[in-house]
Design a protein around this ligand. Structure first.
Ligand SMILES: Nc1ncnc2c1ncn2[C@@H]1O[C@H](COP(=O)(O)OP(=O)(O)OP(=O)(O)O)[C@@H](O)[C@H]1O
Ligand SMILES: [Mg+2]
Length: 225
């Protein structure tokens, strides 16, 4: 099991109000699974990713990534876990605007490996996502689909065991959406990377063998087709 959640509760307090963003969620994801996560806006999908990555503490329950108890780790250990085991992809790409495509992809590894080695790997990944002619472009000079492909290359530069993609196609047209999903599927096939992706697009969600449906902070359906 690469990810395991046991009775996880996440509460946000806003003034007097309490929002149970995750309401006793239990979940097991095996190594190498490719899983889509669907559910209405505000149902807790992004919160689920945030607690798996230790970006938000939980109020109750346990979260394990491999053999690491995320719910107990200190900030340094969490940073290391995110760097070594997890790759994040977001709807808004989050590229550094002042850095080129190549520099953006290199960024997560800088200081942890020889620069030359990182550059070679980053170039290889950019070539894989079809951007070998865009290495030195700033994000502002790339199309939306190209930006997301840079973000995908960046997420894979550390060879993560798990990719958490939060509406990676949310800002893309259908042609670019398919391209992005096909790239994730290719990495999944070739590297055995475990992939969880959140989407509002049911056609894309249906491409995954396992589909998890979240509603009001609970898993209401979890099916393998
Ligand atoms: N930092 C926060 N402070 C307070 N409430 C929050 C915070 N983040 C999320 N929430 C609330 O927690 C609930 C779950 O939010 P979450 O972002 O996980 O939803 P989501 O399923 O990702 O929705 P969407 O599809 O719109 O992205 C929502 O009711 C939201 O308003
Ligand atoms: Mg969200």
């Amino acid at each position: 099991m690469v990810i395991r959640l046991k009775n996880v509760v996440k509460i946000y307090k806003v003034g007097e109000a309490e929002i149970r963003a995750l309401n006793s969620v239990s979940l097991e994801i095996k190594k190498g699974e490719y899983v889509s996560i669907v559910g209405p806006s505000g149902s807790g999908k992004t919160t689920l990713f945030n607690v798996i990555g230790g970006l938000e503490p939980v109020d109750e329950g346990e979260i394990w990534v491999d053999d690491k108890p995320v719910h107990k780790l200190k900030e340094e250990e969490l940073a290391r876990l995110r760097r070594e085991k997890l790759g994040f992809i977001f709807q808004d790409f989050y590229l550094l605007p002042t850095a080129t495509a190549l520099e953006n992809v290199m960024m997560p590894q800088i200081g942890f490996k020889p620069t030359k080695e990182i550059r070679e790997r980053a170039k290889m990944l950019l070539e894989k996502v079809g951007l070998k002619d865009r290495l030195h472009h700033l994000p502002s000079r790339l199309s939306g689909g190209e930006r997301q492909r840079v973000a995908i290359a960046r997420a894979f530069v550390t060879e993560p065991e798990v990719i958490l993609a939060d509406e990676p196609t949310g800002n893309l047209d259908s042609e670019n959406s398919i391209m992005v999903i096909e790239l994730l599927e290719a990495f999944h096939r070739e590297k055995g990377t475990t992939i969880l992706f959140i989407t509002h697009n049911l056609d894309l969600a249906n491409r995954a063998k396992r589909q998890i449906n979240i509603r009001d902070g609970k898993i209401v359906r979890d099916e393998v087709r």
